[in-house]
Design a protein around this ligand. Sequence first.
Ligand code: GLC
Ligand code: CA
Length: 540
Amino acid sequence: MKKIPWWKNEVIYQIYPQSFKDSNGDGIGDINGVISKLDYLKDLGIGGIWLSPMYVSPLKDNGYDVQDYYDINPMYGSLADMDNLIQEAKKRDIKIIMDLITNHTSTEHEWFKKAISSKDNEYQDFYIFEDKPDETRSVFGGSAWEYIPTLDKYYFHYFAVEQADLNWKNPKVREEVCKIINFWLERGVGGFRLDAIELIGKELEKGITANGPKIHDYLREISSKTFMKYEDCLSVGEGWPTPEIAIDYSKEEHEELSMMFQFETVALDWGDTPFGKLQQKNIPFKQLKDVFSKWQTKLMNDGWNTLFWENHDIPRSVSRQGNDTKYHHESALALLMILAFQKGTMFIYQGQEIGMTNAGFTKLEDYKDIDALGNYKDLVEERKLVSHDDYINGLAIGSRDNSRTPMQWDNSANAGFTTGEPWLGCTNRKEINVENQLNDENSILSFYKNIIKLRTKEYSEVLVLGDYKDHLVENENVYCYERTYKKQSIITLVNFSDKTTTVSLDKKVKKIIVSNYNDTKQDLEKLILRPYESVAYEVE
Ligand code: GLC
Ligand code: CA
């Protein structure tokens, strides 16, 4: 049998470096800060760290605008510090996953500077220049085309005006991307998260932005020259695929990517307006169950799933999907139990393991994100599609800054994140911190540790290889799924509501594997589940 790659089994932890741990008091997280917390992460049980970008960058989009792919932004440290981090992580059996941003570069990148330096510069073909713009709008507000008077041309930027889209049709661009990937693989990283990767095959003249016809050719080409040359290299693409499209990307024989993120579950409750993610629709839980079930079923034998609730672009799950007031603890654990025994690679985002909540900002001035500010200008000030108050209320629900507040380590002034002035406010509830939870066996953190251990050690085989089956499909509050491999069977039940409910299953319990209440019943014939009560059983 083929060896199972490490990333099918391990849990990956995302670090947003700017907000993780500051080692020198300048208010900005840094590489030495990350190194100082490696033992904490080892103890948590994770096997990989996805680092949001730390390359040299003017930071218009917090590093997702890269100026130099081969060096580290001095505010985070040096290339030598990064090498040190890779080695220190390796000592602890933790792989470093870099963020690879190649849909676009910063307009400060030397390629772009050359491109606009003279009318016929060959680097213009690295980007997308046109004589006339079309109606496409940038994700962060305003037109997606920017005029360069000296060229009398417009360049395309799907994101900020300072993030110019690369032209992947140009083989030289693809060659440069391979060079970047191999540079980091040579330094010992374990893989990449590929930012906005579904956009690289865009054919704007045909109105195609995502999943263009050439994308799989491009990915196979770079993969064969990079990822495939390294054993077990992880490549996870960011995109918004359907299960069918995710299979195209991640089917092993295709030799493209290891897996794609699926955002369908986290975006299910977004509104249908231009500021949809700042609105929250009331989604019946049954609908969410169906989406999970669809992904588990369709990607059972082909492709590979990802499991996540949070990242640096979406709000805190306990605030958005859960109940961060009365059932903060229970609903944080219920959210984890929804994913805990599903098939796929689980990603957790810094602070999720202690149940960090949304930022609680109330003023526009509190926000730093280009998405929040750019769209304010566009939607509120210029096009007047949204009122100021609605927009501010919306940011509190859906802004990306909600998950970017500093990591809360302890009870001290800035939650132990920095001795200086943090770059983004620390208004998240301060009692939610690592120190408070570390020695409490009933804490959210301890529960995460336990689940990670169960997933990666004791039940690894059934979780990686086992089948998936739904139970209680019509139940509106309880998600119930079974994983089976050979003679082993695990049933998970999650009451995702604030009401007590009774269910019945025709199964014989061998033992309780884990529960978020300490006195959950063993009897599945008549099982009473209290608010957010979530339990996994081994059954016969
Ligand atoms: C991805 C990143 C996001 C960034 C965007 C542009 O969606 O996750 O943070 O703003 O790409 O690079
Ligand atoms: Ca610092």
